[in-house]
Design a protein around this ligand. Structure first.
Ligand code: LMR
Length: 396
């Protein structure tokens, strides 16, 4: 039956981790996948999370099924984190949050919902965007088009190009926007630029789909949610948010994400939610318990929440310091042209390295980066910073 099945290439990001794991060199560094590692090179288990984990272990609760749309304490807390606790839109019952299998699951369920509601719409994604966006939306039958986003020569946002392309889209087009810490470029919009984009989305009748996988990783929980807050305050009545706790709670493998759909009224929201639940039931039926219980346990306990915010702040500050350290070490090794890395936000930097240079980093130094030149700055540490800088300088 499978005789004609073709071999397809490995995933450009997760496939790198497989190659990295198989590499025997002890100097190897994985700058491929977007994971934050601490100073000792480990994925941190946050103290606030450990505390809830201990409580859960003591209670040893039965593992019944969660509701199709997830743990209510989790979805409520998620909605408040996205919109702020006193959002009028939330008060009107227009925003409904569903627990999903990671941020990717939120993208997929959101994509399926929109394909049903807007069967002839296209989706526009930034050029470049997260490698998997095209695949997720393509898989549910969307035609995916690009909008200009990055100016490779300036190593930053091409805002004029972005506005021009968005303005040329047909009304009704879904526009995927990264709320903060743009993946893969690290180039974000300023607050004033967000205001212009939101005004344009409204004028042109475009449908916003926000992807927020890094809330709190650039400037802060509320600051990084600016795009969502501006949309909520705008005359735009419908939009969708896919969000994730993989990074902000360091819970990657727990697959803790959420899909939030904003409707025109509480009644519309109920109808839309019935569709979301039907889509999930026909896919994975209902989400898993543990990760959501951890997040809800932290967010709904004021002391643990404060502790989490502090730990998140430490991760954020350390990434800023790593960016500065990398720029300084690169300059020390004779490569002063990488100053832009310090201006980029979040886990990633579009380093400007070519595919050939990325291959040399892997073959000669055991340093793994995405073929596009994306590096995960959050995988650096005092132990590998100089080694990486020296290698990058050598291939540049
Ligand atoms: C990344 O971009 O590296 C992360 O979002 C992990 C993933 O699933 O690709």
């Amino acid at each position: 039956f499978f005789a004609r099945v073709e071999l397809v290439p490995g995933d450009p990001i997760l496939g790198l981790t497989e190659a990295y794991n198989a590499d025997a060199r002890d100097t190897k560094v994985n700058l491929g996948v977007g994971i934050y590692y601490d100073e000792s090179g480990r994925i941190p288990v946050l103290r606030a999370v450990q505390q809830v984990e201990r409580q859960l272990a003591e209670q040893s609760k039965p593992r019944g099924y969660l509701p199709i749309d997830g743990l209510p304490d989790y979805t409520r807390a998620t909605r408040d984190l996205l919109f702020g606790a006193r959002s009028p839109l939330v008060g009107e019952g227009r925003a409904v949050t569903t627990q999903t299998i990671g941020g990717s699951g939120a993208l997929r369920v959101g994509a399926e919902l929109l394909k049903k509601a807007l069967p002839f719409a296209r989706i526009a994604i930034s050029n470049p965007s997260w490698e998997n966006h095209r695949a997720v939306f393509g898989a549910v039958g969307f035609e995916v088009v690009d909008y200009t986003y990055f100016d490779a020569a300036a190593h930053g946002l091409d805002f004029d190009g972005m506005l021009a392309d968005l303005a040329a889209l047909e009304p009704g087009t879904v526009v995927l926007l990264h709320a903060c810490c743009h993946n893969p470029t690290g180039a974000d919009l300023t607050p004033a630029q967000w205001e212009r984009v939101v005004a344009l989305l409204h004028e042109r009748g475009l449908f916003p789909f926000i992807d927020m996988a890094y809330q709190g990783f650039d400037r802060g929980i509320d600051e990084d949610a600016l795009a969502i807050r501006l949309l909520a305050d705008s005359p735009i009545r419908n939009f969708v948010v896919a969000s994730s706790y993989s990074k902000s709670f360091s819970l990657y493998g727990e697959r803790v994400g959420a899909l939030t759909v904003v409707s025109d009224s509480a009644d519309e929201a109920r109808r839309v939610q019935s569709q979301v639940k039907r889509l999930i039931r026909a896919n994975y039926s209902s989400p898993s318990t543990h990760g959501a219980a951890l997040v809800a346990g932290v967010l709904n306990d004021p002391a643990l929440r404060a502790q989490w915010e502090e730990e998140l702040g430490q991760m954020r500050e350390r990434i800023h310091a790593l960016r500065a350290g990398l720029v300084e070490r690169l300059a020390a090794h004779g490569a002063p042209q990488f100053g832009f890395i310090q201006r980029q936000a979040g886990m990633f930097s579009y380093s400007g390295l070519s595919r050939g240079q990325v291959e040399r980093l892997r073959d000669e130094f055991g340093i793994y980066a995405v073929g596009t030149g994306r590096i995960c700055v959050a995988a650096l540490s005092a132990g590998n910073l100089d080694y990486v800088a020296k290698a990058v300088a050598a291939v540049s």
